[in-house]
Ligand binder design. Structure first.
Ligand SMILES: Nc1ncnc2c1ncn2[C@@H]1O[C@H](COP(=O)(O)OP(=O)(O)OP(=O)(O)O)[C@@H](O)[C@H]1O
Length: 916
């Protein structure tokens, strides 16, 4: 073994090692790590804002950050027994903490020197131990990484002391578990974040729940794709304060199985594993914060899934690593010791394999290694503290512990940020929001109906009261006329009596008359009485008539005034009701729009969530797609088509619930976010062949084309062009697009677009149009070919592939037209200057580009009229190459046929002495 050397590990990069025969090399599978920028002292790169991994949004790719397993060695002070027994002997180790070195004595004159990341003497405080061993790991966990802190060493050397001391009577004695939770609780906000804890022990290859000992056969779940390890059967207790955590540790400790051994009366015979899950919401992404005032349209505008970071801290207190013969174990404890040694030796083997970059790491040999799979060579940040005692009697164990630590230092982990969108909580919140909106709508509806009922009751009461008043007034009027009539009759009768009287006195005054005069006067009297009766009767009739007429007039008058009053009241009431109705209608429409938006967004999110989970399942990078791409991929991919019944059901549900017209109307929404969402949904729908006709019939194609013109938003351009490209796969739609000036709009979009994906969609749409025989001349006349060629400026292979496809389509149709005699003269592609680009890209390394260009060249070469230009443009060489080297036999044959059948090509080939 080497005994000297000044190598050091700093900042997670390895500079050398004393104890390694061959120089250490970084694992080959970790090559993607940036080496030029400094890493933080804790060995993990921090960005300028101090956050680990530098990510504030969702993870952009799957690459992690390299982090070597960091190893500290801690020496326990001599205990009472050692002070007596070893009094005449020096410690077996000598520590040089300032050099981070440890010397292991071989004998009085020779020692081996080892270097560690930290060397902690017997005087090191618990606080310092926490700060150098665990604090950086805890910080990583708070930043969304997984982290492991582990103690390894011979029994009785201080593993539990280092990790598990509760320090209730003496706070300075608090161990790593307690201090870690203090730091976590201090850093998080309990309103938005959460901590949950599991506490397990692994004893004789059985995992037992220390918080629920009856639960003693917990299985380990390993995600084959991500390597993440979980124990779904374990109790998970939410922690909200330090006291409850201490209580939980105490309960766990009480259950921890401890067997006495000769070496340590409280020796822990099981491995204890504490798992702390920290879930933090990334600030500014919580939709509930945006909706306190109930303003749902504001919520829709800013609706984004909340982002959460999930870090997991695993603290492992391994059982003692002593040799069986020394521990004095027998019987049952011998089995224990064997089992402990088996799992620890399996751990040692894995670490050796990882340290040596061996292709096979025997993780499956024990439950311990399966549980710690993520901590060595995985995605967690790992810190190991190896504990040793000073006694020379245990030099062998101390040496083996030191070697274990040295090997562990060579293990590289690839730290990965565990950040994800919390779709579930967003969906839950949206559901609640939706419920609230529906409830609010129902409440308003109810209030409206109540108001209508109240108004009609009030109107009814008013009418009854008016009727009553009218009847009273009528009665009064009748009584008044009756009285007047009686009085006038009475007056007339009095008058008549007076007349009769005055007539009688006149007769007495003038003496008795003769008979004839008597007869005369009798006759006169009779006729006067008759006259009076007639007059009376007349008067009576007159009075009755007048009374009836007056009644009629009064009646009419009151009717008129009543009618006027009712009309006035009715008019205001009607106006009021009408206004309320209009308000209600508006409110209803708004709510319907918002509900439709929420539903479309939910659908969009579920597409994205499906895509994300599919990607997770496939082990690919977790990238949030813009909906369109993801759905297009889903719809086009045949295997997904089979399993895509859910997506189809979602689309059908969308049609059913929201209605196409509603979705299309949202394309013209004032709110830009709503427009973007709507166009994404239409694009998703357009990717499904069965929906295309409905979309076109409902005016969706026109709206999408209009969006290219009216919108300035690049996302809208990209997604709308994608949708148009999908619709342009159908011949009828191609004609419609052309008829609606689509080529101009696509050309205009292409001219202004910067984003390669927008250009890809536009080029894809034009490429589809290029394949329609009937549209050739019009398409070229309106600048379609030029627009296509203009897009090659972007240089992105996806765009170039679409351009090449368009040119191949165009050349094929043109060639067909020439063969049928519909077209004559040189190719319009050559006229529009496409040849140089075609020749330049004929042997492009990207096969989709190359294949289309090769086809285009063969189509052009079939017509003698193009031959001269093709020769001068260098296309002949490419044709010869295609004929010889093209991987597709049909294209090779086509090239051969064109070259042999063209006299111009033949002559040139002869001139160049090219024989084939
Ligand atoms: N750094 C230290 N300072 C003072 N006392 C210590 C220190 N480390 C350990 N001890 C004491 O040594 C004894 C054994 O420690 P501990 O139980 O932590 O060992 P262990 O490695 O966990 O043993 P086992 O593997 O059997 O569980 C305890 O009494 C503990 O208080």
């Amino acid at each position: 073994m080497a005994t000297s050397g000044g190598y050091n590990y700093r900042n997670g990069t390895q500079r050398g090692s004393l104890k390694v025969d061959k120089p250490l090399s970084v694992n080959s599978n970790t090559k993607s790590v940036v080496k030029s920028k400094p890493l933080s002292a804790s060995g993990v790169r921090r960005n300028s804002t101090g956050s680990l991994g530098g990510a504030t949004g969702p993870p952009k790719d799957d690459a992690g950050v390299l982090g070597r397993v960091r190893v500290a060695v801690r020496l326990r002070p001599r205990n009472a027994e050692e002070k007596v027994a070893d009094a005449d002997f020096a410690d077996c180790v000598e520590l040089q903490p300032e050099l981070k070195r440890l010397k292991l004595r071989k004998n009085n004159w020779d020692s081996d020197t080892f270097e560690f990341d930290e060397v902690l003497t017997e005087f090191a405080s618990q606080k310092r131990v926490y700060e150098v061993v665990a604090k950086p790991v805890v910080e990583s966990v708070l930043d969304g990484y997984n982290g492991t802190v582990m103690a390894y060493g011979q029994t009785g050397t201080g593993k539990t002391y280092t990790l598990g001391r509760l320090g209730e009577e003496d706070t300075a004695a608090r161990g790593i578990m307690v201090r870690a939770m203090e730091d976590i609780l201090a850093d998080i906000s309990l309103e938005t974040d959460s901590i949950s804890v599991s506490y397990l022990q692994l004893y004789m290859e059985t995992i037992q729940d220390l918080l629920d000992p009856a639960n003693d056969n917990i299985s380990i779940l390993e995600d084959p794709k991500t390597g993440d390890v979980s124990v779904p059967g374990a109790s998970l207790v939410e922690i909200r304060d330090q006291q409850s955590f201490i209580e939980l540790l105490r309960v766990g400790e009480a259950h921890r199985f401890a067997a006495n051994t000769k070496l340590n009366t409280e020796s822990s015979r099981s491995h204890a594993i504490l798992m702390v899950h920290v879930k933090r919401s990334v600030k500014g992404r919580d939709p509930t914060l945006l909706n306190e005032n109930g303003n749902s349209s504001h919520m829709i505008k800013t609706l984004k899934p909340p982002l959460v970071r999930k870090g997991k801290l695993v603290v492992v207190d391994l059982a003692g690593s002593e040799r069986i013969d020394k521990s004095g174990s027998e019987g049952h404890t011998l089995e224990e010791a064997k089992s402990i040694n088996l799992s620890l030796s399996a751990l040692g083997k894995c670490i050796n394999a990882l340290a040596e970059n061996s292709p096979h790491v025997p993780v499956r040999d024990s439950k311990l290694t399966r549980l710690l799979r993520d901590s060595f060579g995985g995605t967690a940040r790992t810190s190991l503290v190896i504990t040793i005692g000073p006694s020379p009697r245990h030099r062998g164990e101390t040496a083996s512990t030191i070697m274990f630590g040295q090997r562990a230092m060579k293990v590289e982990n690839m730290l990965k940020l565990k950040e994800e969108f919390d779709y579930k909580s967003l969906s839950r919140r949206l559901d609640i929001q939706l419920d609230k909106l529906i409830a609010e709508h129902e409440r308003q509806q109810k209030a409206f109906e109540d108001e209508i009922q109240r108004i009609s009751i009030q109107a009814q009461n008013q009418i009854s009261e008016s009727e009553r008043n009218y009847a009273d007034a009528l009665e009064k009027e009748r009584l008044k006329y009756q009285k007047e009539y009686k009085e006038s009759i009475k007056k007339l009768e009095e008058q008549l009596l007076m007349n009769q009287r005055s007539y009688g006195s006149e007769k007495g005054t003038y003496g008795p008359k003769d008979d004839s005069s008597n007869l005369m006067s009798n006759k006169e009297n009779l006729s006067a009485a008759k006259e009076v009766d007639e007059l009376k009767e007349l008067l009576q009739k007159e009075t009755l008539l007048r009374k009836a007429a007056e009644e009629e007039v009064t009646n009419l008058k009151s009717q008129v005034s009543e009618w006027k009053r009712a009309e006035a009241a009715g008019n205001t009431e009607i106006l009021k009701l009408r206004k309320m109705l209009e308000d209600e209608e508006r409110q209803k429409e708004k709510l319907e729009g918002e509900i439709a938006m929420l539903q479309t967004q939910l659908l969009q999110l579920s597409f994205e969530a499906d895509e994300t989970s599919r990607r997770l399942e496939r082990g690919g990078p977790v990238k949030v797609l813009g909906g369109l791409d993801s759905l297009m991929t889903q719809v086009r991919s045949p295997q997904l088509k089979e399993s895509g019944t859910e997506e189809k059901a979602s689309i059908a549900k969308l049609f059913e619930q929201v209605g196409l017209q509603k979705i299309l109307s949202l394309l013209e929404a004032e709110d830009a976010d709503v427009r973007v969402h709507a166009v994404k949904v239409v694009a998703n729908l357009a990717a499904e062949e069965t929906n295309q006709e409905k979309i076109v019939q409902a005016g969706g194609l026109t709206s999408l084309l209009m969006l290219l013109q009216s919108s300035e938003d690049e996302t809208i351009h990209r997604v709308a062009a994608g949708a148009i490209a999908n619709l342009a796969m159908n011949e009828t739609n191609q004609e419609l697009i052309m008829a609606q000036g689509g080529i101009n709009l696509l050309a205009m979009t292409a001219a202004h677009a910067e984003d390669p994906q927008t250009l890809r969609m536009v080029a894809g749409a034009i490429a589809n149009l290029c394949g329609n025989d009937k549209l050739q001349t019009k398409l070229r006349g309106e600048g379609g070919v030029k627009a296509l060629l203009g897009m090659v400026r972007c240089g992105h292979p996806d765009v170039l592939a679409q351009v090449a496809r368009g040119i191949a389509n165009f050349a094929k149709c043109e060639s067909r037209a020439s063969t049928q005699g519909i077209k004559s003269g040189r190719s319009l592609l050559i006229d529009d200057g496409a040849l140089p680009w075609i020749v330049q890209n004929a042997n492009n390394e990207a096969s989709p580009i190359r294949r289309h260009i090769e086809l285009a060249l063969c189509h052009l070469a079939q017509h003698e009229v193009n031959a001269k230009d093709m020769i001068s443009g260098g296309a002949l060489w490419e044709l010869v190459r295609i004929m010889r080297d093209c991987s597709r036999e049909d294209i090779r044959t086509l090239a051969h046929k064109t070259l042999t059948s063209s006299p111009t090509f033949q002559a040139e080939l002869r001139r160049l002495r090219i024989d084939f």
